[in-house]
Design a protein around this ligand. Structure first.
Ligand code: TEU
Ligand code: CA
Length: 558
């Protein structure tokens, strides 16, 4: 397999609004991110992914862009961005931006023009359609509630929006749209950015004719999923983008791709495909979903989680490349989700880190994950900001018979705002995130969980992430080794082997607080075992040993 820098890198996601506020207005900003570069350098990461920083009316926190070539007012200026980029580069850190090109804001000048008249030059930049039987063109429900279509009085047609109505979908069938996006990408690359994370990249191509989806019981809607994910022209579009833009630069790309199978992923990321470097899969994120929705309080199933991750590990091996993530700005905090955010918070946060980082792929760390930050439980819906959460609360309590209490429990478990509370820097007011009033409340556990308490402690969660990142640089088997799952049906242990040349790496993780026994496979010679990493004090290796609560061990046999 070809060795490349983006396979050997660790990526850190900054959600700028919640990272660090440099001027006391309550919103994190670009100067704030610059101020924390030394913290990231100390952690050891290679690349920063910045969630959208572009001009936006913020109906979906920057994922609704009104000018792709300008910086959002709250985040600063283009000079601030230039400083962040050059200061990052000076530290050997690369920066990737978030390409949100499935849709724009309804305040984007293209859409303002598009809705003016049916013969406007920008009409076909978006997806306009006549209604059907006095209603929308089809029965698709938008991701964040309500129909996928919005009627526009002015011209008597509907436009498509897979997300909120302030996020009209671009019409990728139109070559002018594609070339506008490519030009914009080149413009950023020419400024020196190092890559793009591509939002909802597998939604650009929709099924021709926009067919109705299968009815979803208990709702007036149909399932849009098979008609707007991985559509018929998606690979043609991405190959074109690669040919015209990506292949001209030494950059890194990752596409967000829900509802994508391993076979699809090989098409997107295949080394010989000329599309993307990697995609984000969602299978492991859906192991605690019920009836295809996050709004429930189901506990995840470890066997499902292992199978989801392992099928990607083996399926992409030597064909394409994996991204590895537990967290991002859309997901609840992993220590609360798959670990224990009470008594075993620190050990389980470390175990989860080891479990993920020892797999094949490029690991992503979402801000605060390296501190073991947890979910939050605000008492009322008014404390929530996320449009998906607020809309779901209304829909489920008003139309789907869910009680306030149940819905709040679901929100505490799964809301995107769990990830978006401000970064916890120290134990001073507002966690040291801002001297003003934070845009979203700080998690009240900041006096205990914060960066200041951890950065100088090698035994902290932060210290553990540092070690993980360092090990990746020292042992090619962590990056390039093949993967074999052990004990696929074991309900509490996640264990696997990685092999490269004569070396074997064994990772063993317990996902429970009860002690549990593990036996090292007979083919591995115990006398050759070297302990690389553990979240307990130097345990001894025996053929069979007992794993403590949420224990993780990584051994190298060389
Ligand atoms: O997320 C796409 C998205 O919302 C998916 O997570 C989708 O809801 C899920 O697959 C359904 O199961 C991206 C961004 O990460 C998110 O923050 C934005 O709100 C969204 O696109 C719209 O741009
Ligand atoms: Ca600010």
């Amino acid at each position: 397999m070809e060795r490349t820098w983006w396979k050997e890198s660790v990526i850190y996601q900054i959600y700028p609004r919640s990272f660090y506020d440099s001027n006391g207005d309550g919103n994190g900003d670009l100067a704030g991110a610059t101020a924390k570069l030394d913290y990231l350098k100390d952690l050891g990461i290679d690349i920063i992914w910045l969630s959208p920083i572009f001009k936006s009316p913020n109906h979906d926190n920057g994922y609704d862009i009104s000018d792709y070539r300008a910086i959002m007012d709250e985040f600063g200026t283009m000079e601030d961005f230039g400083r962040l980029l050059s200061e990052a580069h000076a530290r050997g850190i690369k920066i990737m931006l978030d390409l949100v090109a499935n849709h724009t804001s309804d305040e984007h000048p293209w859409f303002i023009e598009s809705r003016k008249s049916r013969d406007n030059a920008y009409r076909d930049y978006y997806i306009w359609h006549d209604g059907k039987n006095g209603g929308p063109p089809n029965n698709w429900e938008s991701f964040f509630g309500g129909p996928t279509w919005e009627y526009d009085d002015k011209t008597g047609q509907y436009y498509m929006h897979l997300f909120v109505k302030q996020q009209p979908d671009l019409n990728w069938e139109n070559p002018d749209v594609r070339h506008e996006i490519y030009d914009m990408m080149k413009w950023w690359f020419d400024k020196g950015v190092d890559g793009f994370r591509m939002d909802t990249v597998n939604m650009y191509s929709k099924a021709p004719g926009f067919p109705d989806g299968e009815p979803i019981p208990g709702t007036p809607y149909g399932d849009k999923s098979p008609h707007m994910h991985n559509g018929p022209r998606i690979h043609e579009f991405l190959k074109e983008m690669n040919r015209e833009v990506l292949s001209k630069y030494d950059i890194v790309t990752v596409g967000e791709a829900p509802e994508t199978s391993v076979e699809d992923a090989i098409l997107y990321t295949g080394f010989d495909q000329g599309e993307l470097n990697m995609v984000f899969t969602f299978e492991h994120m859906w192991t605690d979903y019920q009836n295809a929705t996050q709004w429930c309080d189901l506990k995840f199933d470890l066997v499902k989680l292992k199978n989801a991750l392992s099928s990607w590990q083996t399926g992409l091996h030597e064909k394409g490349w994996n991204s590895l993530y537990w967290n991002n700005h859309d997901q609840p905090r992993v220590v609360s989700r798959f670990g224990d955010d009470g008594e075993y918070r620190e050990v389980s946060a470390k175990m989860l880190a080891a479990c993920l980082h020892m797999m094949q792929g490029t690991p992503y760390i979402y801000q605060g994950e390296e501190l073991g930050m947890t979910n939050v439980a605000f008492s009322g819906i008014d404390d929530y900001d996320d449009v998906a959460t607020v809309n779901a609360y209304r829909e489920y309590t008003e139309n789907r018979g869910v009680s306030h209490g149940d819905m709040m429990r679901y929100i505490h478990q799964t809301s995107r705002d769990n990830a978006r509370t401000p970064m916890q820097w120290d134990n001073t007011e507002n966690a040291g995130f801002t001297t003003g009033k934070p845009w979203l409340k700080v998690n009240p556990n900041y006096p205990v969980i914060n960066a200041k308490a951890q950065v100088n402690d090698p035994d902290s969660v932060f210290g553990f992430y540092k070690k993980l990142i360092r090990l990746r640089k020292e042992h090619p088997v962590i990056v390039y080794g093949d993967y074999e799952l052990l004990l696929p049906d074991h309900p509490a242990i996640f264990a696997y082997l990685r092999k490269l040349g004569g070396e074997t790496l064994l990772t063993v993780c317990s996902f429970q607080k009860e002690c549990v026994e593990f036996s090292v496979p007979d083919i591995l010679p115990l006398e050759k075992a070297k302990l690389l990493l553990s979240n307990y004090d130097s345990p001894d290796i025996t053929r069979t040993f007992t794993l403590q609560p949420y224990e993780a061990r990584v051994y190298l046999f060389a």
